[in-house]
Design a protein around this ligand. Structure first.
Ligand SMILES: Nc1ncnc2c1ncn2[C@@H]1O[C@H](COP(=O)(O)OP(=O)(O)O)[C@@H](O)[C@H]1O
Ligand SMILES: N[C@@H](CCC(=O)OP(=O)(O)O)C(=O)O
Length: 372
């Protein structure tokens, strides 16, 4: 039994190109329907599901009648733009059969490294999950060039895992998991059932991609598991063609390779936040707000803030201090300084009438807050 898996409440499931396109024969709609049925059952059991789907380039190549993956970035982008249509249509109609709504989310590296856009993407995805919608995520290949590409969706899957604070990243691929060597070239290779993600001995085992369609091979999957571990998530690398793979994982069966984080979710997140040494401003809190924060598990609401200092933007790190100047906490702020000044002292319901819109009811969400 794998407790980390059976107890996970939010899964990011990443499906690679080789699997999705039946090794280059266009989208394998039958296989997609089988995964959808399993993801629908997962949702039904109360688990949030986020899908990271590759396959745009591969599907586009088939549509355009190309048999070889193009080298030029423009051609890749053209293929991705054509194939993405196919991809979302296929997912959408398949999920629809189970009464589930999907949303297309295309992101770039820049979107997740810019603080403000990071928060925006995070709120959108959380909003979608609250609505019971299944986000279908891919890289926005149209607007990226080589230097700023994720390039492989394993990395994207891990960053999305961090973004939505998922407990589990499931990477479905064309092998049954991570082997002690690339099984294509070494038939003696053995499947690794479980390891710590940061175990350095794994590096020598994970090779690049031997397939014509996949990008990163096991190297990027291993790297992805380490990125996912940063927010305390576990990763499973597993064969997408294994019968009822998702359902069996959910039931605790030991399939594929489970890569575990060193730290739990909360500890990992707090450490990540604590690493943001540079603060951009200061919020001065009334006594009630100080008490609420020090009690743990409370967000900082605008009503408890007396003054705003500094010129910070949404998503930047600010100091939260008491009226006596004592630093209480640090956190990522949901509103820029100009907006914050207008909403402090007011109830969260008033934000919309003051600003004309509302990003979040909290000034700093408790997940983005670390006590000092
Ligand atoms: N140690 C290993 N264990 C399993 N597969 C490996 C290993 N090293 C390299 N590989 C290769 O990684 C491939 C899967 O990665 P990739 O082709 O990028 O697929 P995807 O499209 O699913 O991301 C396998 O087909 C295999 O050839
Ligand atoms: N954005 C690209 C995905 C990149 C890629 O090939 O990823 P993967 O197959 O997961 O190694 C696409 O949709 O074709």
């Amino acid at each position: 039994m794998r407790d980390k898996v059976t107890a996970a409440r939010r899964w990011v499931i990443k499906i690679g190109s080789a699997l999705l396109t039946g090794d280059g024969r266009g989208l394998d709609r039958q296989a997609m329907a089988v995964w959808v049925q399993q993801m629908a059952a997962l949702r039904e059991s109360g688990v949030d599901v986020v899908l990271v789907s590759s396959g745009a380039v591969a599907a586009g190549m088939t549509r355009l009648g190309w048999s070889e993956r193009p080298k030029s970035i423009h051609q890749l982008q053209a293929a991705a733009a054509v194939g993405q249509m196919d991809l979302v249509q296929a997912w959408e109609s398949s999920f629809e059969e189970f009464g589930l709504t999907t949303a297309q989310v295309l992101v770039t590296h820049d979107d997740l490294s810019d603080r403000k856009r990071y928060l925006n993407a995070r709120s959108t995805l959380r909003g979608l999950l609250d609505l019971g919608v299944i986000p279908v995520i891919n890289e926005n290949d149209t607007v990226v060039t080589d230097e700023i590409r994720f390039g492989d969706n394993d990395t994207l899957g891990a960053l999305v895992t961090n973004l939505v604070e998922a407990d589990l990243l499931v990477i479905l691929t064309d092998r049954d998991g991570l082997y002690t060597a690339d099984p294509r070239s070494n038939p003696e290779a053995e499947l690794i059932s479980q390891a710590m993600a940061d175990d350095p001995t794994l590096d020598a085992m994970a090779g690049g991609s031997a397939g014509a369609l996949g990008r990163g091979g096991m190297q990027t999957k291993l790297r992805a598991s380490r990125l996912a571990a940063r927010s305390g998530a576990s990763t499973i690398i597993v064969g997408g063609r294994i019968k009822q793979v998702v359902a069996r994982l959910k039931a605790g069966e030991q399939l594929g390779t489970l890569l575990l984080p060193e730290k739990g979710m909360l500890a990992a997140r707090k450490q990540w936040l604590a690493g943001h040494l540079q603060t951009r401003g200061r919020l001065v809190l009334d006594e009630g707000a100080v008490r609420a924060l020090e009690g743990g598990c409370s967000s900082l609401l605008p009503v408890g803030v007396k003054a705003v200092e500094g010129n910070f933007r949404r998503g930047e790190m600010v100091v939260c201090a008491g009226l006596d100047g004592r630093e209480v906490a640090r956190g990522l702020v949901n509103y820029g300084a100009q907006e914050a000044m207008r909403i402090i002292g007011r109830s969260s319901e008033e934000i919309v009438s003051v600003l004309g819109y509302v990003d979040e009811p909290e000034l700093v969400h408790r997940d983005n807050l670390v006590l000092v």
